[in-house]
Ligand binder design. Structure first.
Ligand SMILES: [Zn+2]
Length: 167
C-alpha cells in the first residue's frame, strides 16, 4: 500500500459514514418492519443507493436513490438516521408505486399535504421518539408544523396525524 498522504481521505470518510448509515439501517427494527409492510425483502438494505450531494434540503430521494446533504456530517448520528428513515420510506414508496418507469422527486410545495410525505414523516417521528424520547419527538413535530407554516387552527389535527405511530 502506498501511503502518499498523512491527511484523511475525504472519500474514505464519506464512504465510512455511508457504511455506518447502511449498517444502522439494516439493523434497525423499524426499518426491517417497514420493508415487511411494503413486501420488500432484505436485499433492499444491500441495494439502496446512498450518496452525498449538494442539495438545498437536508436529504431527498429521487427515483429510489437517497441523496444526503454533506452538512449531515456535523449532525448527531441519531438525527442523521431520522432523515435517512424518512428517505427510506420514500425509496419503498418509489419501488411499490412506480408506474410508467417514472417517479417524481419528493420535494414539492405544500408537501405536508401529500400522503407520501405524511407517511414518511410519521415514520421519521416514530424513529425520533424511539431514540430521543416522546417529548423530543413532539417538540420536533411542533417545529415541523411551524416550519411548514401550518395554520394555527389545523395544527392540533396535523400533529395528531404526524404522531400517529408514536406509542
Ligand atoms: Zn419526504
Amino acid at each position: 500500500m502506498f501511503l502518499k498522504v498523512a491527511k484523511k481521505s475525504q472519500i474514505e470518510e464519506k464512504h465510512k459514514l455511508l457504511a455506518k448509515i447502511r449498517v444502522h439501517l439494516r439493523n434497525d427494527d423499524m426499518a426491517k418492519n417497514l420493508t415487511k409492510e411494503y413486501g420488500i425483502k432484505g436485499w433492499i438494505f444491500d441495494a439502496v443507493p446512498l450518496d452525498f450531494k449538494d442539495i438545498k434540503v437536508t436529504a431527498k430521494t429521487v427515483n429510489g436513490t437517497i441523496f444526503l446533504n454533506p452538512k449531515i456530517n456535523k449532525m448527531p448520528f441519531n438525527i442523521v438516521m431520522r432523515y435517512v428513515i424518512h428517505e427510506f420510506v420514500h425509496v419503498l414508496q418509489h419501488i411499490t408505486e412506480e408506474k410508467d418507469g417514472e417517479v417524481e422527486d419528493d420535494k414539492k410545495q405544500e408537501y405536508l399535504d401529500r400522503e407520501d410525505e405524511v407517511e414518511a414523516f410519521q415514520h421519521q417521528i416514530k424513529y425520533d421518539a424511539k431514540y430521543r424520547g416522546k417529548d423530543a419527538a413532539e417538540e420536533y413535530t411542533d417545529e415541523l408544523l411551524e416550519y411548514h407554516k401550518i395554520p394555527r387552527e389545523e395544527k392540533k389535527e396535523r400533529k395528531k396525524e404526524l404522531m400517529e405511530k408514536v406509542k
